[in-house]
Each structure stands twice: as structure tokens, then as C-alpha cells.
Design a protein around this ligand. Sequence first.
Ligand code: NAI
Length: 719
Amino acid sequence: MAQYSRVAGSVALITLQNPPVNALSAAVRQGIVDTVERALRDPEVNSVVICGQNGKFCGGADIKEFGRQMSGPPLVPMIHAIEAGHKPMVAAIEGVALGGGLELALGCHYRIAHSKARLGLPEVSLGLLPAAGGSQRLPRLIGVPAALDLITTGRHVTAAEALKLGIVDQVTDHNTVDVAVKFVQSVAGQSMDSRRLSTRPCPSLPNLDAVFEGVMQRVRQSARGAIAPVACVQAVRAAATLPYPQGMEREKELMGTLFTSGQARALQYCFFAQRAVGKWSLPSGARWDTSKAMPISKAAVIGLGTMGRGITVALAQTGVSVVAVDTQERQLAEAKQAVSGMLERMAQKRGSAPPLGLVHYSNNLQAAADADLVIEAVFEDMALKESVFQQLSAICKPGTFLCTNTSGLDVDRLASHTRRPELVVGMHFFAPAHVMKLLEVVCGPRSSPEAVATAMQLGKKMGKVSVAVGNCPGFVGNRMLKPYVEQANFLLEEGATPELVDQVLEDFGFAMGVFRMSDLSGLDVGWRIRKADKLTDPSVPAGQPVRVRQGRRYSPLADLICEQGRFGQKTGQGWYHYDKPGGRVARSDPWLHSFLEEYRARHGLVARHIDHQEVLERCLYVLINEGFRILDDGIAAGPEDIDAIYVFGYGWPRHRGGPMFYASMVGLARVLERLEHYHQAHPDVPHLQPCRLLRRLVASGSPPVQRWREVIKRLHSQL
Ligand code: NAI
């Protein structure tokens, strides 16, 4: 809806009304069309101000209408009518002007923003482009380079930056509508010809072709297969090279391609999945809306290695006071320097003071006594963690939540070493913890709803996408990663190279292939876990590995690499070669290739040609299959949870929507058929055996991903 009123005698005030962000629903668009017409007709009115109710100008398209048949007046002619109007129109921007909201404002003759407002064209993040003239008007207003930056990244800008770029004409700290009303009166009666962006030429740019070529190359590289950023560049190029009407035709044509591509559906699914995971529920019946989160003002972090430092920074950034504890004096001193450095660098970027005073350091666990919540991040060693939890249970005040950052150990077993198992949950952060968006909140069978709610809420406050998951080895993310890495190793045994496997996965859109990723995280981590799991059997002499462990196929390749002291980037050698320890650029390593050849010869393995399809299917379908097992086991509540984990924590390309969404796009019957095929070829690999839930979903006609929860519920109720 849009409300019409007359203010200051001759100004029509049009107020968009659609809480919470006055999105452009069909009713709002109709309201704007009607009220603009009325204002233009009304002889008493000589100027118009458009604003949004409750301090929000307009958040853009109405997400409730996504995926539905379009109804109501379309945006393009509506914005044209505003721009063509013979009476001055001013957008009074408070709160947000995003997407279609900013496009509406660009149709107005002037834009006045409140100093706290944020503006942007985030369509690209939903697989689209600003197709209500935004891609054509913005470059005409602020020039090609700035418009390309905003449109291809979708980033939001502050009112101050918008003023500097020329998107808005004025910024105010006062009541924006009052300022706009006063302003519009001062220009009433003037010609608006020079203010219509569609009639302006794009500011000229020397070397236009070279600029676009450079930008296109950069965008293609960072888009990793996503087509929307590329289409955004093409649309801006049209603005720079074509007259406005033809530019609009091109915008429409590009939008049509994006709409039908499937990538937009995947990105919109991710958007909804991110919201869905906040509405968590547990098999116990505990839910997000009935569980109370406790406020956390003081936290303790135990163990200040890679993870503990990042977690400390992330907490302090949120305004939580932190006691940072490490029993090793050297580690403590190094951590102090590293944490302060990180906080200072981040504050410098923001132009604010670093919250150094919020962090206190200690070498004594006793310092955690009065913390509201403790996050343990000591070495991944069960006995050590058990002892730390035992001590914390005795030291901490009653009611302190005890959390562990373990990447896969049994949270329930740790809880059993405390006097308050109901206050124990996993808070599994990802490295680097102050940057990575994902937090797995691991709920043990005894974790109280309050403990889960508190960890989820704290994660949200820290800017994380928090996903509640059940307790099992590796939880969700790492449990699915295990068979994926395993397949990659099997492929090496059969004839592939790390370069081939990584190339296929990176072409798919992963930020890093599996081997480059393993080199980055450190091969010794997994080696230590396999040793603890007795997989690197000491009875098997080094260099004489057996390719079967615990009755199933096992590849000792990674263990052999570690035995050579090749731990990845940190040692300068792993699956690849690096210039020096800590080097970042992975180079193909002839040593590794001859090592693989010798290994195959020793085991009588004949290298065969492995094509891209096999690499992709075996790596991805085995991971997806584990995802179905996780759903069947109730470790994740729904496919959205798994997909959010993979998109925000494991570099899964967002334009492919997450592994479970991807499976639904490929077709569940196809995934099942390929898994059956590979399992037949490799009967000693149980992970390739299609899971019961996948079979069941195929049998029920492969319903869309949004309906899987119902099938799971039915399946479980029949047990
Ligand atoms: P790290 O080896 O870098 O640091 C561990 C720290 O704990 C060391 O500074 C050590 O001095 C300290 N420590 C050991 N015993 C202690 C005690 N009794 N009291 C206080 N401090 C003690 O380890 P990292 O990589 O930070 O891992 C920590 C935990 O986080 C592990 O459980 C790991 O599985 C998990 N994790 C690690 C990730 C990674 O990428 N490194 C990702 C997610 C979780």
C-alpha cells in the first residue's frame, strides 16, 4: 500500500506501507502508481516526496512474492512515470533503499538520505541484476567504475559514501521527510529535464573496451561459474555504449536469461535457508521460539591456538568481555600479540577504537570462574578435553555454559565429565574464527534448550550463521567431508592426480579443490585423528601399507605423505609443492607424481583414464549420500541446515544452493543411479551404498527439497 497525504500546502507525500521494510509488493506498486497519478493530476500539488513508513524507505522486491506468478503493475513503467513526471519528485531515504527500493529512488529527481541509511543493489546475490532500470540509471549517475563495483558485488553503502559517489544529493541528521519537503518546495516549478537520469549520457571513459575487458576478467574469476555478476557487467556495458531504450532492452534480455538459469533459484533458496536455520528445533521437541537464551556479557576462551585466538577476537568484536586462558606461557604471550594485532587491524578498517580493554589474559583456568559462558579450544585430544571439562565444572559459577570447539569429538562424553551436563553444548567455529560465517551448535542428548538457545543467540550476535546439529562423530560438516576426501584419495590410487581432482572441483565452483584445501588446513590434523582411530595400524610397517582397514577399502596415501613430513603449506610440501614453509602458491610436484606411480606399481594398480564426470560424481554424490544419512539419523533437522553449513563453512558454491539442493537439481533418481553404479564398481566402499532415505525419496517421486522434511517425518513415524 502507499498512503497519500498533502503537507505544507502544496506537497504530496507518498508513504510506502508494507512492514517490516516496505517491500515492493503488488499492492505497494499499485499504491505508488495510483498516488503518483493523483499527485500529478492534483492542481493544488506542485511537488512530491516519496518516503517509507517506520523509518525505512524501501527494502526492494517482496520476497514473499518470489517464485510466484507476477501480478500487479510492473516496476519499470512505474518508475518511468515518476521520472517523466512534470512535478519534482524527491525520495526521502531513511533506513534502507535496497534493490528495487534504490531503483525507485533513482527514478526520482532528487534523493535525500538520513545519515544512518544504507543503500545498495544486492540483486546479484540472489542471482539477478537490477532490472528496473537500475543497471542503466546508476552508471549514468555515478559513472561506470563505481556502478560496476556496486552492481557486481551487491555491496551496501552508507549514506556518507552514497553522497561521495553522487547517488544522493544531500545527507541529513534531522527528520529526512521534513528536510525533503522543505527542499522540494525550493525546486517546485523548475524544469526537471536535467534531473531525469534516463536522458543523461553515461559519463565518458577513455579506454572503455579495456576497462570492461579487465573488469570482466576479474568478475569471471571471482564469480567461479556464477552467471549473475557477468550479466551485471554486460548490462552496465549496455548503459555505457547504447542509448537508454536499447540499454533497457538489453537489461530485460539479460534478466530473462538469469531468471530461467536455475542459479537464481539456488541463490534464493540459500537466502531462505539462512533464515530457516535460525528457526531450529531438536528431536527432544525444544524449539527456537519456546527456548530462552541467556544474556552473555562475560565469556572465557580456553586454549589460545589458531581457533582460540579467532574466537576471542570475534567475541570482543561483539562487545563481550573475554578472559583468554592458555596454560603455556609462550602461547599466551604470542596469543596476546596476535589478538591485539587482529583487533587493531579490524578497528583501523572500521575507523573505530579497538576493544582491547575487553580482553584479559591468564595462564590459570581459575580465571574462568565467573564467566557466563566458556568456550574450550585446547588440542583435539579427548583425555585432555575431559580433564579441562572436569576442572571447569568445579571452578565455574553455577549456571556457566560450558562449550567446546571440538571439530568432531563426542560432546556428550565431555558433558558426562561435568556436574552440569545440561549446560554443555558444542560451539564449532571454523578457521579463521573471526572471519568464517559458520557456527555449528552441537546439541548433545542432555543439552538443555536454554543452553542451545544461548549458543545460537551468541553466534547470531557474533554475526555467524548458526546451525543447530546433533552429536555424532564429525557432526554434519566434517562427517560429510570424510567420504568426500576418501573418494579423492581413491581416485589418486586409480590414476587421477591432485591437479585433476582439484581442477574439476574448482570448475564446479568450490573456492578450493580437496587437495589444495587439505594442504591449507594441514595434513597432520587428519593423520593424528586416524592414528587415534587406530587406522594407521602400527602393525603395518611404514612404507608397506595395506589397502584395507577394518574390513573396508582404505587409502593410506595421506598417511604415507605425512610420514615424509609433508604436512601441506606449513611445511612447504604436501599434495603440492610451495616455495617455502608457509607459502601459499601451490605448484605441481614431480616428486608426488613419481610417488603415486611407485605406489600404484607396488600395489599392482594400473592407472586408468579418469574423466571429469567421474571425479565430480564420486566426490559430490558420496558427500550428498552422507547428507541423506545425516537427515535420516536426525543429526540435521532439514536439508536447509546441511546446505547452510556447506555454503557458509565449506566453500560450496552458493549459486549451486548447497549439496542437498544440488542433488534435487540433478535429480534424485540420477544421484541414486550413479551411486548404485559406483557402489557396484567399488563394493568395498560402504559410503557409496545409497542411503535408505535417498531410495525412499526417489520412491515417493523425488519431491522438491522443501518437502523432504515431511517424507523424513513419515519415514520416522513408521519405525
Ligand atoms: P592449536 O594447537 O592451535 O591450539 C591449542 C591451544 O590449546 C594451544 O595454545 C595450547 O597451549 C592450548 N592448551 C593445551 N592444553 C591446555 C590447557 N589444559 N589449558 C589451556 N590451554 C591449553 O589448536 P587449534 O587448531 O586452535 O584447535 C583447537 C580446537 O579447535 C581443537 O579441538 C580443534 O579440533 C578445533 N578446531 C580446529 C579447527 C582448525 O581449523 N584448526 C577448526 C575447528 C575446530
